[in-house]
Design a protein. Structure first.
Lengths: 176, 220
């Protein structure tokens, strides 16, 4: 059993130690159309050999596009939060070696007239592709506004990487 | 951890009997160092430690990935030893520091520690045995260790651990004020400790760095 004096001493020692733990947030929220901040998203591999696993740390999961050659992955999303938003922001944490090129392509679609169970089965109408080149290198926050076509109701977000060297994406979100 | 404790205990055990023998016939006057006969003194203090760890982009990477952690860690330091020759003290020093960051449910922690043998030289001392102020230089050598743990229970029950250990050295200075055997001390030291943890994209952090410590102790 600790005496009161011992307990006070231990608390005194613990206080400065406990004060050194920072607290952050990945930034994602419920109003984001795409939120890959806490869990990895349902990416589809179009080409190459992406690794859906560790990024800067073994325990921090994201997408590792470092395999040599071209890699393309994509994510489909039907807007559900705010159909009137005409501008969104694409954010991500990226690690890119100068020897690797990387870009985001966003294909916007309007609803189609066909029959089918899902939006994508009903022959959606392609509207426009917005391309965002990643020019920064190193490890950095990427944030870029994206204009949404007036009839845009869904998006296919594609990440294309080419060349060698490390390239990783984590904390990706598309929202307001 | 157990090995550190044994080292500390042995070191303390060797020093204490020598002090006890030497202390029996020590004069109890308040003359200055220059005129009074020397007697050994027991030294001990417990300090709050601020350690600014040496890194190469490790903390930059962590912050970019939304873990708000900086190189500064808090901890404690225990020093025990004896002034066996005038103004020259031999000490055993042990310290532990921790910091980290949480991001949502993920927890990143960095812990480091050291067990060192130290030599301290009081370059300037004014006052007498009952009350004095002194400035000292010190250096030492010993074992350093660093450990990183990462846990994100939302993604995985697995705790990711990395650790490293290495021999290293330290050099520094301190000022202290002694009243009736009780000491207040403020110190600075640089620790060269190549025990290194690396992240997956080239960032590294070491167990050493710049240290500032402040604490209370005894000089008996």
């Amino acid at each position: 059993m600790l005496s009161r004096r011992s307990a006070i001493l231990l608390l005194g020692l613990a206080a400065p130690v406990a004060g050194c733990i920072g607290s952050g947030t990945s930034g994602g929220n419920s109003s984001d159309e795409i939120d890959c901040t806490e869990l990895t998203c349902d990416w589809i591999t179009v080409s190459g050999n992406p690794v859906f696993g560790p990024t800067w740390h073994d325990g921090d999961l994201g997408v590792d596009l470092s395999a040599p050659g071209q890699t393309v992955i994509e994510l489909k999303d039907v807007f559900f939060v705010d159909h009137d938003a005409r501008q969104m922001t694409l954010r991500a944490v990226i690690t890119r070696d100068p020897s690797a090129t990387m870009s985001f392509e966003l294909d916007f679609y309007a609803p189609g007239q066909g029959a089918g169970a899902t939006f994508w089965d009903r022959s959606p109408v392609f509207l426009v592709t917005r391309t965002l080149a990643v020019t920064q290198q190193g490890t950095f926050h990427f944030s870029r506004p994206v204009l949404v076509p007036s009839e845009g109701a869904a998006v296919i977000l594609r990440v294309a990487k080419d060349g060698g060297g490390p390239a990783m994406i984590d904390e990706l979100e598309l929202g307001s | 951890m157990k090995r550190w404790f044994v080292l500390l205990t042995v070191g303390f055990g060797v020093l204490t009997p020598a002090l006890a023998v030497a202390d029996e016939d020590a004069p109890q006057d308040s003359a200055h160092d220059a005129v009074k006969p020397f007697r050994p003194h027991f030294l001990g203090d417990l300090r709050y430690l601020f350690l600014d760890r040496t890194d190469n982009n490790y903390f930059g990477h962590a912050n970019t990935y939304s873990y708000p952690v900086d190189p500064g860690a808090s901890g404690v330091q225990l020093n025990l030893g004896a002034e066996l020759l005038p103004r020259l003290a031999l000490l055993a020093s042990a310290d532990y520091a921790i910091n980290g960051a949480d991001r949502d449910s993920a927890q990143l922690r960095l812990q480091s520690g050291a067990v060192l043998g130290m030599l301290r030289w009081s370059v300037w001392r004014v006052g007498d045995d009952d009350m004095h102020f002194e400035a000292a230089l010190q250096g030492g050598f010993g074992r350093y260790a660093i450990k990183e743990t990462y846990l994100d229970p939302a993604l995985s029950p697995q705790t990711y651990e990395k650790d490293a250990g290495a021999w290293g050295g330290t050099a520094g200075a301190q000022v202290s004020f002694d009243v009736s055997g009780f000491v207040a001390v403020l110190g600075y030291g640089f620790h060269y400790a190549p025990a290194t943890i690396a992240d997956r994209i080239g960032g590294t952090v070491q167990a050493g760095g710049n240290e500032i410590s402040i604490g209370l102790g005894v000089w008996l």
